[in-house]
Design a protein around this ligand. Structure first.
Ligand code: AMP
Ligand code: ZN
Length: 467
């Protein structure tokens, strides 16, 4: 059963055929000047589902993600403020401190969401030499020009500029969204490869280069790092839809010009936005900013948000509301309870059901392999759980297979078997024991017992078991 993916480059669903034995996957990572919001995290969940689906289909995957820790600009049009510097001023920290803090927070978020860590997480600041080398390659081939102290990519030198975004090049000069006030540019679509003259003041991060002391343009790091770790041509490149028209378009232009391979990446996959009422995009600059920690403070488990994302196809906008998230929370709770029930079931595995099991497995695979149709795959899970003709053990082994794609942690439900109210009582009892309040401790033990749990004392605290 082939994996079929919607390729933004061709605007078609295509059968996935890797270039080599190991699939090269590059996903644009976070700019670490603030917390990731749950919209950003929707992107990383989608990319994780993609990677897990490939692994489920027995492909080997090498996944590279960049960490943008060079201070880039707040506008897509190479203008505006340095985002990292803005963050540093806001928090009265240095730029490296800001980058370090938000990189750690990003890693903690993806861990909570059960997103598999990329094989290579590469920081832009640690790959300045590779970026300089790429500009030199472009320079040698005649794709650059220098103006006002900066090195530009000359988009007029390539015939198919803008193919990913299907930009109407006839309107090139008239494009409002892309025109900025940089008078050094020969064409409005040209972009900076290396800045020596900042368009904003007090640029902090600077490196020596053959083009003068300065810093790289914001599209360059992905091209340089993807080629370093995945070669000059690779399989899949992902990001949110906002990256199509500028960032990915420019990554393609400079990479195909430098490496001479077309297409530079074979499949381009983009997720739609997480939106709020009236379709407004959740944005880091907006005041509508929700993080994983703020969801946790409201009593949600990060996996409730993961489940919420799985319920909508990645290429459809996802409307966020707390009511909708409550719905996902309650469905995930039901799923966890049901899986625990079948996990603990004493029923034996049966052989007769293998045809039926295969049917479910095929239906699940058909769904995820069909451009990652997770809503359909979830429906298969619920149908399976309700099927009285299948034995619990068989259901459980199928669910674990499915969860290798969903990533809802259904294979490690032990800790979750204990409801939060029981854990709260156990903690209260531990405190009572530490205060040598034996009467309260005994009372709490009895309460826990009346709720169906046995509590024992250990060196480090306590142990709970279902009676
Ligand atoms: P950034 O840290 O701003 O570079 O964004 C990280 C990723 O999040 C990129 O792939 C963006 O396209 C994506 N993204 C930004 N806003 C949203 C949103 N509201 N919904 C879904 N993805 C988003
Ligand atoms: Zn990128």
């Amino acid at each position: 059963m082939p994996v079929t993916l919607y390729n933004t480059l061709t605007r078609k669903r295509e059968k996935f055929v890797p270039l080599k034995k190991t699939v090269g996957l590059y996903t644009c990572g976070p700019t670490v000047y603030n917390y990731a919001h749950i919209g950003n995290l929707r992107s990383y969940i989608f990319e994780d589902i993609l990677k897990r689906t490939l692994l489920f289909n027995n492909f080997k995957v090498k996944h590279v993600m960049n960490i943008t820790d060079v201070g880039h600009l707040t506008s897509d049009a190479d203008t505006g403020e340095d985002k990292l510097l803005k963050g540093a001023r806001r928090e009265k920290k240095t730029v490296p401190e800001i980058a370090d803090f938000y990189t750690k927070s990003f890693l903690s978020d993806i861990n909570k969401l059960n997103i598999q860590k990329p094989d290579i997480l590469s920081k832009a600041t640690e790959h300045i030499a590779e970026q300089i080398q790429m500009i030199q390659q472009l320079e040698k081939k005649g794709f650059t020009y220098t103006a006002g102290g900066n090195v530009y990519f000359d988009t007029n030198k390539i015939k198919d500029y803008g193919k990913l975004a299907q930009l109407k090049l006839a309107n090139k000069g008239k494009s409002k969204a892309r025109v900025d006030k940089d008078r050094n540019k020969k064409n409005p679509y040209d972009f900076v490869l290396w800045f020596t003259k900042s368009k904003f003041q007090d640029q902090e991060m600077k490196w020596k280069s053959p083009f003068g002391e300065g810093y790289p343009g914001w599209h360059l790091e992905c091209s340089a790092m993807a080629s370093k770790y995945l070669g000059n041509q690779f399989d899949i490149h992902c990001g949110g839809i906002d990256h199509i028209s500028v960032h990915h378009t420019n990554e393609i232009a400079q990479s195909e010009a430098a490496f001479g391979k077309k297409p530079w990446a074979k499949y381009w996959l983009h997720n739609e936005f997480l939106v709020l009422g009236k379709g407004e995009k959740m944005a880091k600059s907006g005041d509508n900013f929700v993080t994983i920690s703020s969801l946790e403070e409201k009593g949600f488990d990060p996996l409730d948000y993961r489940y919420f994302c799985l319920g909508t196809h990645y290429r459809k906008p996802l409307m966020f509301s707390y009511e909708a998230l409550e719905g996902a929370k309650s469905s995930r709770r039901k799923l966890v309870d049901k899986v625990l029930e079948i996990q603990l079931s004493k029923e034996k595995k049966s052989k007769e059901n293998s045809t039926k099991q295969k049917k479910y497995l095929d239906r699940f695979m058909n769904s995820v392999n069909d451009d990652l149709n997770t809503p359909k795959a979830l429906a298969v899970v619920w149908e399976l759980l309700k099927d009285e003709k299948l034995n619990d053990k068989d259901k459980y082994s199928l669910i674990l297979k499915f969860d290798s794609v969903f990533g809802l942690g259904l294979n490690k439900l032990k800790e979750e078997t204990i409801p939060s109210n029981i854990i709260k009582l156990a903690k209260e009892r531990l405190k009572a024991r530490q205060n040598k309040d034996w009467v309260k401790s005994d009372e709490l033990r009895e309460r826990i017992c009346s709720l169906g749990y046995e509590i024992g004392d250990t060196k480090d605290g306590y142990e709970l078991k279902k009676i």
